[in-house]
Design a protein around this ligand. Structure first.
Ligand SMILES: *Cc1c(COP(=O)(O)O)cnc(C)c1O
Length: 487
């Protein structure tokens, strides 16, 4: 057998890369729904490599075989694209990353790349760790990062326990994220990144992404946004200057609830005061080839393709659940047993006007029902029950249609009491910072008819008919997290 030489494979690899680049460029010209449905999987690829399969195949394979030692050498020195080993790359994962990069950068004018992770928490860890490295010029300088306190419970634990307690990296906490001066006052030369979640889970806080991004860039540090609740169907933070977006794909994107999945999507040439050009040029590719190769927080090919199947319908689903949530929020706002409702879509929410500037159903102006830009605020809301924590449990225990689960973004409505579940471990002080009182129920509205969900909540609330409201929770009242912490 004649030896083809590494160079032969490098040239073939370049042709393949060119083809993929052109394929992605063709998809980029499509509208959001078309990208969501087809992703980067084309008919040509199906016919040439995948027996014509019209759905992206699930490559349940750990590794790729090579024609000869030259191809192996070219692949393992990263000179050609390769699916060498599924901890690093796999075709099913490749399709998943391709579609998320396109959706998160849709109409933003930004060139983005994506890396898949096994979970949202792995995405957050992978996104922040490359910045929490020792600066060789100042090896003993303490590191810090600035992040909102109104974050997902798991994020709160990762930041406070894993980063701060175990690794002595200071978390400088932004209490009222809508106050830009508060962010600014916390930054110094040892700050490595700014981090925020919006709309936050469950407290619905929100901030001006463009202003915070501008502040970050003034200090040459990146802004990282957890955009799980909005999904790219409602908001694409890269458009407003964010450098990196993390997604718990597990939630609305993967709404059937078949598995856990995460992703990081980053623009090219991010801001950072760390001296690492490869990381700054293409953050996700850097993660894929180096840190995540070494740490191994990768997605399973099965979960990648199951998630793809749900991602195809994200826009119409988010429209549906947003409209239903609005209807349910309005019903609850006027209910006698309800102390308050937190939903960014309600005019009564203190951050409604700000959210209105940012949250739109993508491509609604192309939709023959809407023909214009329409605001949508997603599926996540919370409401506070009048009276004691026991009253709240009584109502919660009475749900017959709404599932009691610490989950969100499902096609089925689910509810939880965050103080005793998702936000239990952070303790009373941490819950106060995050704005999570004991009488708060988080509801994530699914695809059911909203009237059936309203009927379920109404019958559950009737458990309080005739009861005295013993205690209320003044320290958290009115406007939930946002206004509790605005004080
Ligand atoms: C669930 C969630 C996460 C964590 O994602 P997992 O996929 O469960 O690891 C992070 N951020 C937000 C906003 C979430 O809701």
């Amino acid at each position: 057998m004649s030896n083809k030489g590494v160079d032969f494979y490098v040239k073939a690899g370049q042709r393949a890369m060119q083809w993929h680049k052109e394929n992605i460029a063709r998809m980029k010209k499509c509208n959001f729904d078309t990208i969501a449905v087809h992703g980067i999987y084309s008919m040509q690829e199906a016919l040439d490599f995948n027996q014509g399969s019209i759905i992206e195949p699930i490559y349940m394979s750990t590794s790729q075989t090579y024609r000869d030692s030259d191809e192996m050498e070219a692949a393992l020195s990263y000179k050609i694209p390769t699916f060498c080993y599924s901890r690093i790359a796999n075709p099913s994962m490749y399709y998943y990353e391709g579609v998320l990069a396109l959706l998160e950068s849709y109409k933003t004018g930004v060139d983005a790349s994506c890396i898949a992770t096994a979970s949202g928490m792995a995405a957050i860890q992978s996104a922040v760790d490359p910045f929490l490295v020792v600066d060789p010029k100042k090896p003993n300088a303490p590191m810090n990062f600035v992040a909102t306190t109104q974050v997902y419970g798991g994020t709160y634990q990762q930041f406070s326990m894993r980063k701060e307690a175990e690794h002595k990296v200071e978390w400088r906490k932004v209490i009222n994220s809508n106050n830009i001066d508060e962010w600014a006052a916390l930054i110094d030369e040892n700050t490595r990144f700014l981090y925020g979640e919006l709309p936050s889970n469950p407290s619905q806080s929100f901030f001006d992404i463009a202003k915070v991004a501008e502040l970050a860039h003034k200090h040459n540090i990146p802004l990282i946004i957890d955009s799980t609740v909005a999904t790219p169907a409602l908001l694409r933070p890269l458009e407003f200057g964010a450098d990196i977006v993390v997604q718990s794909v597990t939630k609305s994107l993967f709404s059937s609830g078949f598995g856990i999945a995460g992703a990081i999507i980053a623009r090219k040439n991010i801001h950072s005061n760390i001296d690492n050009d490869a990381m700054k040029e293409d953050f996700c590719t850097y993660l894929k080839l180096l840190p995540n190769r070494d740490n191994g927080p990768n997605i399973s090919p099965m979960n990648a393709v199951l998630a793809l199947n749900d991602i195809r319908t994200i826009r119409s689903r988010i429209d549906l659940v947003s409209r239903s949530t609005m209807k349910i929020a309005k019903f609850l706002e006027n209910h006698k047993h309800i102390e308050g409702v937190d939903y960014l879509g309600l005019e009564s929410h203190p951050l409604h006007e700000l959210a209105k500037k940012y949250m739109f159903l993508v491509d609604s102006e192309l939709d023959d029902i809407y023909n214009q830009k329409v605001n949508r605020y997603g599926h996540l809301m919370s409401f506070r029950i009048k009276g004691s924590a026991q009253n709240t449990r009584d109502v919660f225990d009475g749900f017959q249609r709404i599932w009691r689960a610490t989950d969100l973004g499902r096609i089925k409505s689910v509810a939880t009491i965050p103080a005793i579940s998702t936000h239990q471990q952070q303790g009373e002080e941490g819950r106060k910072l995050a704005g999570i009182p004991h009488n708060l129920i988080r509801l994530c509205v699914g695809g059911e008819h909203p009237d059936d969900i309203i009927a379920d909540i109404d019958q559950a609330l009737s458990a309080l008919d005739g009861k005295k409201y013993a205690i209320s929770f003044p320290e958290y009242s009115a406007g939930g997290a946002s206004s509790a912490t605005l004080k």
